[in-house]
Design a binder for this molecule. Structure first.
Ligand SMILES: NC(=O)c1ccc[n+]([C@@H]2O[C@H](COP(=O)([O-])OP(=O)(O)OC[C@H]3O[C@@H](n4cnc5c(N)ncnc54)[C@H](O)[C@@H]3O)[C@@H](O)[C@H]2O)c1
Length: 256
């Protein structure tokens, strides 16, 4: 069995949401193990910071809701070699309100980025991987996609959709040598989590929200970026060669 330390030398990866948080961390881990990584995000400044830590990487600025932008990323990958690794981390959080209070525009935006964006990326990449003889994909779902989430029901619905796509792709494309899994993080210390807390109206409400979120995790703390990206690169690697269609909680025991 290949060890994880065998790395990704000579492989080409596409990482969406690579300008921040978990996408950036994933790109850095892949690059550190030898992959050439196409870094995709709508935030160019953030991408440039990631690029500096990812030798041999290529930046593509774009929006995951635009098929033409994703096509540019796939073209950039083709210029590096066969695209066989994909991590879809681009995503939005919120709103923190019950379903009747969610605005239609908020719902549409959330589904556009988290669901349509993931689908458009898969739509562009799956045929390329099939032609390459196979590949490995990790999507970013959430613990919120596996259990009830009264605080963020709209977000949870988008992540349940990502889990469903993961399972369908795993079954539907296994014969093409393509594996797909997703990670279901609990609350991880990234700019996204900070944005969730920053939306609180007062410092007291913010403190209460932080305490409530932390208490969901039996390990008694929020996760750190590397604790998720370790799982992502494992699932992407040949060490996970018999694992496909899983929704892996990385959640400090939240779902236990
Ligand atoms: N941080 C957490 O606690 C947590 C928990 C569970 C799941 N997740 C999921 O993990 C993924 C990464 O989250 P993160 O915490 O790193 O968030 P983050 O906000 O730090 O990074 C998300 C990135 O996605 C990019 N992005 C957003 N919309 C985009 C679009 N339309 N086109 C291109 N890029 C776009 C942003 O610019 C940003 O760089 C997300 O899908 C998120 O839902 C995060």
């Amino acid at each position: 069995m290949p060890a994880l330390s065998d790395g990704f030398a000579g492989k080409v990866a596409l990482v969406t949401g690579a300008a921040s948080g978990l996408g950036r961390g994933t790109a850095e881990r892949l690059a550190a193990q030898g992959a050439r990584v196409v870094l995709f995000d709508r935030d160019e400044a953030g991408l440039r910071t990631t690029e500096a830590a990812c030798p041999g990487s290529v930046v593509v600025v774009g929006d995951v809701t635009a098929a033409a932008d994703i096509a540019r990323a796939v073209d950039a990958a083709a210029a590096l070699g066969k695209l066989t690794l994909l991590a879809t981390a681009a995503g939005l959080i919120g709103p923190t309100k019950p379903l009747p209070e969610v605005e239609e525009a908020e719902w549409d935006r959330l589904f556009a980025v988290n669901v349509k964006g993931t689908w458009l990326t898969l739509k562009a990449v799956l045929p390329v991987m099939r032609d390459a003889g196979g590949g490995s994909i990790v999507a970013f779902a959430s613990a919120a996609g596996l259990v009830a989430s009264p605080a963020m029901p709209a977000y949870a619905a988008t992540k349940a959709a990502v889990i469903s796509m993961t399972r369908s792709v795993a079954r539907g494309h296994a014969a093409e040598g393509i594996r797909m899994n997703c990670v279901c993080p609990g609350s991880i210390q990234t700019p996204m989590l900070e944005a969730t807390f920053a939306g609180a109206a007062t410092p007291e409400l913010r403190a209460a929200r932080e305490a409530e979120f932390r208490a969901r995790h039996p390990l008694g703390r929020f996760g750190e970026t590397h604790e998720v990206t370790e799982a992502v690169v494992f699932l992407l690697s040949d060490a996970a060669s018999f694992i496909t269609g899983t929704a892996l909680p990385v959640d400090g025991g939240r779902l236990a």
